[in-house]
Design a protein around this ligand. Structure first.
Ligand SMILES: Nc1nc2c(ncn2[C@@H]2O[C@H](COP(=O)(O)OP(=O)(O)OP(=O)(O)O)[C@@H](O)[C@H]2O)c(=O)[nH]1
Ligand SMILES: [Mg+2]
Length: 249
């Protein structure tokens, strides 16, 4: 077992030092990979300057188009290649409390994917306005209805993946570039028969920095469940039919 925590960042210079200190307080022996998309505020440089204090810290600076999904796909491929696993994904904005890490890693001994869930029994959301909670709840109902993924919190960004599950989802073919990445990954894990569970977390609203949610990111998240429903099954069909080549008559 070589556990690692992967954290995508874009303009999180105020949050990264706090997050690293909180992770180290809970899990001092766990590696951390910061995946930054050339944040103009110098997040990557700030993280690199802390490498002396955290010997297990790695910082990866991406080039090319930016996006949460793009960053995760590249980072997950890298950590798989380096032999890490299980792999936790979490936001840098302190919405995901590292205090839950031990429980996520513990559940990952039995399950292929553990979702740090706001909406399962004992899960909670702190400091969000009612409007935001309703929107998030509605989004989850929508995703469940359209895709059939049976989890209460399929849009959650705090998760623990086994190597087996990250290998099963076929990372190079993941298409979602932004926030919809969470939905597509949950769908792929579910469709490939991975054992999925939800572990309760308390989600806190960000207090520093700003959200990267944009109109484009939201419209992708609205369309992706339909793409998965329609094209997801076509893809599976294509895989089945190419697996059995026709015998020429
Ligand atoms: N590498 C990378 N990280 C990103 C990108 N967009 C967002 N992130 C990071 O992904 C995490 C989640 O982004 P947020 O903006 O907090 O999105 P959110 O949590 O869905 O929205 P809020 O509730 O408004 O905070 C944070 O750690 C961001 O810094 C991106 O394009 N590239
Ligand atoms: Mg956030």
């Amino acid at each position: 077992m070589r556990p690692i925590v992967v954290v995508p960042t874009y303009n999180e210079v105020e949050n990264v030092p706090v997050l690293l200190a909180r992770i180290a307080a809970v899990a001092p022996d766990i590696a951390v990979l910061i995946v930054d998309d050339q944040s103009p505020d110098g997040t990557a440089e700030a993280a690199l300057s802390l490498a002396g204090a955290y010997p297990l810290l790695q910082v990866m600076t991406r080039t090319g188009p930016r996006g949460l999904g793009l960053a995760y796909v590249e980072a997950f491929q890298r950590v798989l290649g380096e032999g890490y696993g299980p792999v936790v994904q979490m936001d840098a904005d302190l919405s995901h409390d590292p205090v839950h890490l031990p429980q996520l890693f513990a559940a990952a001994r039995t399950y292929d994917l553990v979702i740090g869930s706001r909406y399962c029994r004992d899960g909670a959301v702190r400091d969000w306005p009612v409007r935001r909670i309703l929107l998030s709840r509605l989004a989850n109902c929508y995703v469940r209805a359209v895709t059939g993924v049976p989890t209460a919190d399929a849009t959650a960004g705090y998760r623990c993946w086994s190597r087996r599950a990250l290998e099963a989802v076929d990372l190079p073919t993941v298409q979602s570039k932004g926030y919809a990445f969470q939905i597509e990954m949950a769908y792929r894990a579910h469709r490939s028969g991975m054992r999925i569970t939800e572990a309760p977390i308390t989600f806190c609203d960000r207090t520093r920095g700003s959200s990267k949610m944009s109109g484009r990111v939201i419209s992708e998240a609205i369309l992706v469940p339909w793409r998965l429903r329609l094209h997801g099954s076509l893809h599976q069909h294509a895989v089945v039919s190419t697996a059995r080549p026709r015998v020429p008559r």
